[in-house]
Design a protein around this ligand. Structure first.
Ligand SMILES: Nc1c(N[C@@H]2O[C@H](COP(=O)(O)O)[C@@H](O)[C@H]2O)[nH]c(=O)[nH]c1=O
Length: 165
């Protein structure tokens, strides 16, 4: 059955970028993936000093508010950059925190959907037609975390193998 998530305090809230699972990158700790994502909108722009304020924001809501401030321009390549940046950050989150890694693995091959009523890129949007990139990233990471299959799917039966003379 499809698994929907959105708010960090609700079911499967650990899949939300607002969940309190810090990541460490380049010697710096980011309190949530959301802090990291919002700050990197301004990397290499005149507003780059804002990155520190976003990293130190007391909550992911505040980090998002600062990052979404329309008076500031995200980097010009942001739309091309953001999927890979999000993938790397979410992957690090689930490699760092083994308790939620297990929750992700325990979802098996169920579809994961960020049930955002407003976001048609990262989520499914109000009518379900959104691209659900966050859910897709989580499913990709889940498959990459699977232990490798030890057995070939169609092994040659032992009795049919030619034995040395
Ligand atoms: N979970 C969640 C949200 N969703 C998150 O918002 C981010 C997209 O931000 P932007 O690119 O600035 O529109 C992305 O991390 C997406 O998963 N937004 C919220 O206001 N509250 C929330 O609880």
């Amino acid at each position: 059955m499809t698994i929907y998530f959105y708010k960090a305090q609700d079911d499967y809230g650990c899949f939300s970028n607002f969940s309190p699972h810090p990541i460490e990158i380049g010697g710096q700790t980011w309190p949530t993936v959301e802090h990291y994502y919002q700050a990197h909108k301004f990397l290499g722009t005149p507003d780059e000093p804002l990155m520190v304020r976003i990293r130190q924001a007391p909550s992911p809501e505040e980090a998002a508010r600062l990052g979404r401030d329309r008076r500031r321009q995200p980097r010009p390549d942001w739309n091309q950059t953001k999927p890979q940046l999000m993938y790397e950050a979410v992957k690090l989150k689930f490699r760092t925190h083994l308790d939620i890694q297990q929750i992700l693995l325990d979802t098996g091959d169920e579809e994961l959907i960020e049930n955002s009523p407003v976001d048609y890129f990262w989520g499914c949007g109000a009518d379900g037609s959104g691209q659900n990139h966050l859910g897709r990233i989580l499913m990709t990471i889940r498959s990459e975390l699977q232990p490798p299959q030890l057995q070939h799917p169609n092994p040659t039966p032992y009795s049919n193998q030619s034995l040395p003379e």
